[in-house]
Write a protein that binds this ligand. Structure first.
Ligand SMILES: Nc1ncnc2c1ncn2[C@@H]1O[C@H](COP(=O)(O)OP(=O)(O)O)[C@@H](O)[C@H]1O
Ligand SMILES: [Mg+2]
Length: 408
């Protein structure tokens, strides 16, 4: 299931509520709304007002008028056939007699899940692309890459909606990178995730002069904060339903929210540099992603701070990692830092520099780029191991030229 199913329960009878919660909790992918609100929920369990059934039916009509995709399950202790017919006519999808039993509830949930999967896959066909950017280590430039890629895509495709999300709960600097005022962010959206809808999301996004929509983390760098499980999955799917491209700065820690984003992303950009400790971590991260069965085509490895004379080093590292670099971003500390300190993207701050030109030119290729097996082109084939190769052997990492590390 690509996203969680949000359920709201509106029952006076507490026992019914508890039984339903218990049955739903045995299944995967459900999220129960805290209150009785219908916000952006996918399913509502509604108890019939047996003294005033028309009252309940009016409510069903009104709910479905504003949220046609909502599915309403009606529950009552008695139901005469005429009323049942009327309930289905106003749009109720399932009727659950009280007391609730597994024999009634489980088949109804299964039917619901089939209908829901069909709806979601239809939506996904029209959905935008999610590109997660993760730094192999702090300081490699993940935030610079995520910000400048997002701005460059927005500048190149003015009429397409593009979003940038700051999911670095220990960093959260992107508001400064873009010099946009930020008051709320992910922490606000995820307070009661079942209530999240497009209106709340749009009111939390901040627009950058380029047109890019920015969503801050809302975290303080020193907070011990964690998002509720499933929250990022829901935020991401809502974002992709209204944006063509969604870039997410995942920082450099593989916490559960970051894993959720990586799992659901169309592409994962790993930002690395050419120093030994960073390459060692890159190797390890690739192994983790491989163990999680990420296809090689989903991962793009990008070297930041690349110097022209490092061609051979790149070829050697490609051989060691069993992966081609999808991009080599020139080293230009002065421009990169100046851009951050002025809160401007590189393409605005230093448009003539090679680093800005890389972002302008390389971006389309990168976000459509597929990681390839480096075995065919490794220049090191047949040569003895260099210093770097020996270092890798000594830390238990072998050069692998015949097969790709990721996706094995
Ligand atoms: N291509 C580059 N060349 C030189 N310095 C860079 C480059 N990209 C980023 N930097 C610098 O690296 C530092 C860390 O960048 P940042 O994007 O905050 O990293 P991270 O998000 O991975 O911690 C910043 O000072 C930034 O200016
Ligand atoms: Mg960062």
């Amino acid at each position: 299931m690509a996203r969680l199913i949000a359920v709201s329960i509106d029952c006076r009878n507490n026992e019914i509520r508890q039984t339903f919660v218990e049955m739903i909790s045995r299944r995967q992918h459900y999220l129960i709304a805290k209150g009785q609100g219908t916000g952006a929920v996918d399913m509502l369990l509604l108890e019939l007002d047996e003294y005033r059934p028309q009252h309940t039916f009016d409510r069903v009509r009104q709910l479905l008028g504003t949220a046609p995709d909502l599915e309403i399950f009606l529950t009552a202790s008695r139901m005469d056939p005429q009323l049942l017919l009327e309930a289905f006519r106003v749009g109720v999808k399932e009727f659950l007699p009280q007391p609730l039993t597994r024999q009634d509830v489980e088949p109804a949930l299964e039917r619901f899940e089939t209908r829901f999967a069909g709806k979601v896959s239809g939506l996904e066909l029209r959905a935008g692309k999610v590109i997660a950017v993760i730094g192999v280590r702090g300081g490699v430039g993940a935030s610079t890459v995520a910000t400048n890629l997002a701005v460059s895509v927005q500048q190149a495709r003015r009429h397409e909606p593009v979003a940038l999300v700051d999911l670095d709960i220990h960093g959260g600097d992107l508001g400064l990178f873009l010099d946009v005022p930020v008051s709320q962010g992910l922490t606000h959206l995820t307070k009661d995730i079942s209530r999240l809808d497009e209106t709340i999301l749009r009111s939390t996004l901040v627009q950058h002069p380029s047109g890019l929509q920015f969503l801050a983390s809302g975290c303080d760098a020193y907070d011990d904060f964690m998002f509720e499980p499933g929250s990022m999955m829901r935020v991401t799917s809502l974002l992709r339903s209204i944006h063509r491209h969604v870039f997410i700065d995942c920082g450099h820690v593989l916490n559960p929210s970051v894993k959720e984003v990586l799992d659901g992303a169309d592409q994962v950009i790993l930002v690395t540099t050419l120093s030994l400790p960073v390459i060692r971590r890159t190797k390890r991260l690739l192994e983790i992603l491989s163990a999680a069965h990420y296809p090689t085509t989903k991962i793009a490895l990008v070297v930041n701070r690349y110097e022209k004379d490092q061609k051979d080093l790149v070829a050697e590292i490609e051989g060691l990692l069993g992966m081609h670099m999808a991009g080599l971003i020139p080293n230009d500390y002065e421009s990169a830092s100046e851009a951050i300190n002025h809160g401007k993207p590189l393409t605005v701050m230093a448009s003539k520099t090679s680093i800005a030109q890389w972002y302008q030119g390389g971006v389309g290729q990168l976000i459509g780029e597929q990681a390839k097996d480096a075995s065919a082109s490794s220049k090191e084939e047949g040569k003895g191991l260099s210093f770097l190769g020996r270092c890798f052997s000594s830390i238990g990492v072998e050069a692998r030229r015949k097969s790709s590390v990721v996706g094995r």
